[in-house]
Write a protein that binds this ligand. Sequence first.
Ligand SMILES: Nc1ncnc2c1ncn2[C@@H]1O[C@H](COP(=O)(O)OP(=O)(O)OP(=O)(O)O)[C@@H](O)[C@H]1O
Length: 355
Amino acid sequence: MSALKIENLSCSYQKTAVLEALDLTLNDNEIVCLLGESGCGKTTLLRAVAGLQTELTGKISIRQKVLNDEKTYTPSEQRKIGLIFQDYALFPHLNVFDNVAFSLTNKLSKTEKQQRVDSVLSLVQLSDMSKRFPHQLSGGQQQRIAIARALAYQPELMLLDEPFSNLDQHVRFQLINEIRQLFKQHQMSALFVTHSKEEGFAFADRIALMQAGKIVQIDTAQKLYRQPNSAYVADFMGQSNYIGVTVVDKFSYQGCFGLLGSNSVIEHSIGKQLRLLLRPEHINIVPDLNGLAMVKQVDFQGALQQITVQFNQQIFIVKHSNHCNDCLQFEVDDKVTLTVLNHDFVTFESETNTE
Ligand SMILES: Nc1ncnc2c1ncn2[C@@H]1O[C@H](COP(=O)(O)OP(=O)(O)OP(=O)(O)O)[C@@H](O)[C@H]1O
């Protein structure tokens, strides 16, 4: 059963379209991340699922129960969703216990409420802080309380809007790992909005990359990085170099690095011109006094050196490991040779295609 199914969803604000004919399915116990640049419609999509969006058409179902279609609108509070925001949204005048208990129905007895709150506070490891007020907690602790409050309500789906953005790097990734484990242990499905791909990598099972109101690719992080379906996806997911190549035969391309052998059959016709994606780690760099490439910039990045190289009237970004003390150190104006390492090639249509 799907945890969430969105079919042909379109949303607008004052008749300006923001989401267009969007489809998305979350599997049971799956965490999906909505990733994309500012303004692409991530929050609008989350709000539509939460029942907070008025101008919309299409169908939204949670666990096969239709919440939105042309005949149905289920109010937000009846959708069985947990909502978690960037700013924690805790009540400042209530202590931790009362903040968590707030979302619980009055149908529960006092003892049941106490047990429910105790159990979720223990899940987020804050049992000993139930008497504190929000201002007496760190940002990470406040977000844990917000998560405990959402869990106490026993939702069928968790919706999280940039929940980790206000936390510093160290606390952020620690909390991301903890909350992911917690959701997995409790078979909780979640839709999570972020503009940080690192957060998406760490928290989600699959990432839906959005561009201008559409999902352009949904896949695991590895697939989005290694097999992007467009240059937009490739560039969003990591650093990219591109070279123009021509298909020579079913297994090779010709370009500025000479003949490049493909690991798989090339589906394009011979003579077709394409753009070949080269990630920085796909290019090997060696010092070479007779080399035709020249180092233009070297940036120290801890474990790696990022080297900007000019070759064939083009700029390439390459990475070289700093893993040992006597590793090669490159300097500006060094002459070098670049070669392409064996990997599964990704190509896109060339803007100057003559075919
Ligand atoms: N209440 C509103 N009224 C009018 N336009 C809005 C409203 N809320 C959002 N928009 C517009 O809708 C588009 C999508 O906004 P949305 O907040 O969904 O994007 P986002 O991807 O979540 O962006 P961010 O990462 O900056 O939060 C933007 O162009 C935004 O300006």
